[in-house]
Design a binder for this molecule. Structure first.
Ligand SMILES: Cc1cc2nc3c(=O)[nH]c(=O)nc-3n(C[C@H](O)[C@H](O)[C@H](O)COP(=O)(O)OP(=O)(O)OC[C@H]3O[C@@H](n4cnc5c(N)ncnc54)[C@H](O)[C@@H]3O)c2cc1C
Length: 435
């Protein structure tokens, strides 16, 4: 058995940032990774993907973007390179090709079975990602077997698709990006849009992520959000990280020739049935976008920036064709491919510990698994602030959780802010505002 004080599972940016924080506190640890550093970006993303967060925002503890294109959007290869460099920079003790198969409670900590080795650790940090597998709805079982079904994990480029029409299900960041890419290849595309978050790429001359940060929205703490479950399950915004920062809303996609239909509700006898509430869904998304733009304008006024920025304006409401079809026969060859862009899920099925809720998700309080002292969770949406959903959120999340872990190990005079073991994390400030 290998003894170590702490084990971090996963060498994505979250696990590596935690490694850096543990090293700062001289906490002996290893990072167990089933593949290589940045494995999910190497193996689970489609090649044309670019981050939808601007380069200046890709920062981690001890790392800031230092390239010559701060307002650009990183392609996947650059994300892999950035995270790989970061692993070297922080000297993370990564054991690659070491998949963790089971974790169970043990006297004084946890037993972690990884590859052929059994580890014992007093503290365990789960950093295996919020997007470990595609979330596919049950109706997938009713889709005719003649249709080629793909997910964002299996999609590479339009060249792999059979000839014919494509139904993209889901109109969040992944769905709108892939619908646009497939449409550009000349295939007819139908996009089924359920609840979505509409945001402009830029507003009053600034990137939308500049506004999300400046207004303080990204720094909102998990324990101050009214409907935390909803916030944690919010779809990703309809944004694309294209060079030139162009808009990707449903109006634009429809104008390009993509047929936008309602949420895919059922598939019966080979016919896809779409919700008739598309116009309402879009009106709600427009309303919420305008609510945020109002907040942005108020903030700019209060900050005395009104005269330095272009004047406020609003975007055209989403225009829904009243003849939008409510059904589509999937058996007649009109549609040959269906792409599930219906979100992602974490995968903690290998944990032999009783803290999963009935949906298989870990119950936690800002990343502290209170039912299993010494266990921590990272990399989940709105883990401790709204920024946790994004790469840079790991900066403050790891600061707070490493401080908690440090105290848990019996160092009550930790110099870092964060709650103490045994107290509710809800009463403690996360590691400060996003700067
Ligand atoms: C399509 C897509 C686009 C995104 N775009 C952006 C964006 O523009 N900007 C942004 O900030 N964020 C973006 N994100 C969100 C976010 O950055 C990712 O969810 C991020 O990868 C999470 O980082 P992580 O380190 O927590 O997990 P991951 O990067 O997923 O790393 C988890 C690691 O754990 C390893 N692992 C898993 N299970 C085991 C096991 N049992 N044993 C050992 N190792 C294991 C995996 O191999 C992997 O290396 C995007 C996510 C997706 C899916």
């Amino acid at each position: 058995m290998i003894q170590t004080t702490a084990v971090v599972v996963g060498a994505g940016h979250s696990g590596l940032a935690m490694s850096r924080r543990l090293s700062e506190r001289s906490i002996d640890h290893v990072v167990l990774e089933r593949g290589q550093v940045a494995n999910s970006w190497r193996t689970q993303r489609w090649p044309s993907l670019r981050l939808l967060t601007p380069n200046w925002q890709t920062r981690l503890p001890g790392h800031h973007y230092a390239g010559d294109d701060p307002d650009g959007f990183m392609p996947v290869a650059d994300v892999v390179a950035t995270i790989t460099r970061y692993a070297r920079l922080v000297g993370a003790p990564v054991r690659p090709a070491t998949a963790v198969h089971t974790v169970s409670a043990a006297p004084g900590g946890f037993h972690i079975q990884a590859g052929d080795d059994l580890y014992h650790a007093r503290a365990l940090v789960l950093a295996t990602g919020a997007c470990a597998r595609p979330a596919i709805p049950r109706i997938a079982d009713a889709v005719p077997s003649s249709i080629t079904a793909l997910t964002p994990f299996t999609y590479r480029d339009p060249g792999q698709l059979p000839d014919g029409g494509v139904l993209v299900v889901g109109a969040s960041a992944t769905g709108v990006q892939l619908a646009a890419e497939i449409h550009r290849s000349g295939r007819p595309v139908t996009l089924a849009a359920g609840e979505h978050v509409r945001l402009p790429r830029t507003y009053r001359g600034r990137d939308i992520f500049w506004w999300l940060q400046a207004t303080g929205l990204l720094a909102e703490r998990y324990d101050q959000i009214d409907d935390l479950t909803r916030a944690r399950n919010l779809p990703s915004p309809q944004l694309t990280g294209t060079p030139g920062a162009t808009i990707t809303d449903l109006n634009l996609l429809a104008a390009q020739g993509i047929r936008v239909v309602g949420r895919l509700g059922r598939v019966i006898d080979g016919t896809a049935q779409f919700s008739g509430a598309l116009a309402n869904t879009c009106a709600l998304a427009d309303l919420k976008m305008n609510r945020f733009l109002n907040r942005a304008d108020e903030w700019a006024r209060a900050a005395g920036l009104d005269n330095d920025l272009p004047p406020p304006h609003r975007f055209a409401p989403t225009d829904i064709d009243p003849r939008t079809p409510l059904g589509l026969d999937l058996t007649r060859g009109q549609i040959t491919t269906l792409l599930w862009a219906t979100g992602f899920r974490p995968d903690h099925s290998w944990l032999d510990l009783p803290m999963l809720d009935r949906t298989g998700r870990i119950r936690h309080d800002g990343g502290v698994v209170t039912s299993a002292p010494g266990l921590y969770l990272l990399g989940m949406p709105v883990l401790r602030t709204r920024a946790s959903t994004y790469i840079h959120g790991a900066t403050t999340d790891t600061q707070a959780l490493a401080a908690h872990l440090h105290s848990f190990l019996g160092h009550p005079r930790s110099s870092c802010r964060g709650s103490r073991p045994g107290t509710s994390v809800r009463q403690a400030r996360p590691g400060g505002a996003v700067s």
